[in-house]
Design a protein around this ligand. Sequence first.
Ligand SMILES: [Cu+2]
Length: 657
Amino acid sequence: MTTSHPLDPLTAEEISAVRGLIVASAEYDELERGGRFITIELRSPAKAALIDRIDRLERGERPPELPREADVVLLDRADASTHEITIALDGPHLLEWRRLEGLQPLAVVEELAEAEELVKRDPAFQAALAKRGVTDFDAVQIDAWPPGNFGDPSEEDGRLARCVAFIQPRPGDSEWAHPVDGLIALVDLTRLEVLRIDDHGVVPIPAESGNFDVEAAIADAGALRDDIKPLEITQPEGPSFEVDGRVVRWQNWELHVGFTPREGLVLNEVAYRDRGVRRSIIHRASLSEMVVPYGDPGPTHYFKNAFDAGENGVGIAASSLTLGCDCLGEIRYLDATVSNGNGDPVPIPNAICIHEEDVGVLWRHIEWRTGEGEVRRARRLVISSFSAIGNYDYGFFWYLHQDGTISFEVKLTGVLSTGAVAPGETPAHGVLVAPGLNAMVHQHYFNLRLDLDVDGTENSVVEVSTRSTPPGPGNPHGNAFEVERRPLSTEREGRRRVDAASARWWEIVNPRRRHRLGAPVGYRLVPGENARPFAQPDSPVMRRAGFIGDHLWVTPYEPRERYAAGEYPNQHPGGAGLPEWTEADRPIADTDLVVWYTFGHHHVPRPEDWPVMPVATIGFQLRPVGFFTRNPALDVPPPVAACHEPRSAEGGVSENE
Ligand SMILES: [Cu+2]
C-alpha cells in the first residue's frame, strides 16, 4: 500500500480520462482537422495549500483533499494555433479552454517522424541527394530541428522545422558520422509541406564509420578489455532509504519526486528533519530550460540552438533505465508516464533511479602525535534520470548528502552534432574529429528554477564576494582579505554573473530565523563550471535565450513564471521569460523568492569525444551555511569498530621503532 501525494504526476488512467473529455468536447469538435496533443500534465495545487498540508501533517492532523487538475497543451492541426486547456479530474470536467495566437509549443515525436518521411520522399530533396551520390533514400535519416526565429518575413506563419540529412549506410550504423552538409529543407509541420529547399553546394559526405558498438570497438582496438574483474555493490540488509509512493526518506532528508513532460525530474518539498523538527529547504526544483547555441555561421548550422526543454521536452525524451547499466547496486525505480500526439498515455518504466552511493571520506582527522583519530565514510542519495534528445544524451542527477548539502549534476554524453568540410579544409568554427567530419563549437546551457524556502517561505539573497583588504594600517603585512556581503534587493539587482576573481557565490538566507551565533540561517549556492555566451548580445539566439545573459536571476514567487525562456520558446522572436519578468524590477528581499541559476558547459570538441562522448559533468551545490549549529554529520557512526587506533594497537609502528 503506497501513499498518494497531491504532486504525484498524472497516472495513465488520468491521462486517458483527460484525453477522452477533450476529444468529446464541443470545443474540440470545432477543430477542423482535430488536435495534436502536445503535453498533458498535472496542474500543481496552490503553493499555500501544499504548505498548509505539510503543517497539518506535522501537527498530526488529517489534511483536506486537494483538487486534482490537469493542464493540456493542444495544437490545432488545421491552423497550428495553440490551445491551453485545464481539466478538473474529479468528474472530470472542463475548467478552461484558451486559444493562443502566434505561439508554438514544443514539437512532439510524431511531428518529427512525419517531417522525416516528407523530406525523404520529396523529389527535389531526392534530386539534391542524388547530386551527392545518394540514391538509396531508405538510408537517409532526416533530423528536424526547431527552426529558431531569424526575423525572415517568409517564416512568420505556420509551424516550422529545419531539416538536415544524415546517411545510415547499414541499419544500426551511427548516422552522425555521415552528415549531408549544405542541404536544408524548411518544412511546415502542420500542412506537411516542404516550403523550401536550400542547396548551398555539394560537400563530400564523410565516409569513415562512427559506430561505437562492440563490433566497432573490436574492429578499432583488436579486442575488448579482458582485465575488468567484477565490482559488485551489495546491501544485504537493503538500502537505507525508503520510498513511499513518490516520497523518499533518507538520513533526515525527506522529499517528493515529481516528473513533468517538459522538465523531466522534479524535486518537491525537500526538507531536513533536524532532531525531529521538519525544516523546509526547497519547495520545488526543476530544470526550467536548456539551450545549446552552436558557433558555426554556415547555412546548415547557424540555426542550431535547440531549447531542449521548451522545444523538445526533457521528460518526453526520458529513457527507461536498466540495472547494471544506467544504475548499479540496490536500486529503487520510479516510473513516468507521458503522452503521445494522440493524447494516449505512454509509460516510461524505470524512468527514475534512486540509490545510495559510497563517495569516499565524509570527514576525518588523525592526530600526528598519536596516530589516533576519527574517520567517517560519506554516502549520498542519488535521484537521476536520462534523456536522449537527438544526438545528445543528458543525465540529470540530484544528490543529497549527509552534511546537509544538495547538489545537482548534468552528465553530458551521446554523439556530437556534426557537419562536413571539404577534404583538406580546416573548420574555422569547429574541430575535425574524423576525416572531413566537423564537430562544431557550441555551449550547453541549463537553467535550474529553484523555489527555495529556507526554514520558511520568506527569504533573501546575498551576494558574497571576497576582496583583498587595501594595504595600510589595517593590513600591514599585505596578507589580509575579507568577505563582502551585498544584499540583492530588486530583480534587476538580482541579475548577476559568476566571478572567479572574487570567489563569488550567493547565499539564500532567512532573515527571520537566526543561527545561535546571530547570523540568519541559509544555504549557499556554490557555482561549478560556468561560461559566458559568445553569441552577439543582439543576435537572434541571445534575444531568444536571454536567460543565458546572466547566471543568477532572482524573482518573487509567481506560479505562472515557470520557464526561463518563457512558456513557448519554439519559433519565439525572443525577450520572453526572465528578461521580461525581471524588467518589472520587483522587490526580492525578505519575500517568497525563486532563484534561477544558469550554467553553461563550453564545448570545444576533442577527437576523444568521437564517436561517442565520454561523460562530461557540470553542476552546482547548495550547501548549508549557518543552517545547522555545527557539522550536522557528527552523528554518522564509524564505518568499522575502529579505523585509527593507537599505533601500538595496530601491531606495528611503535614496536618496530
Ligand atoms: Cu557538447
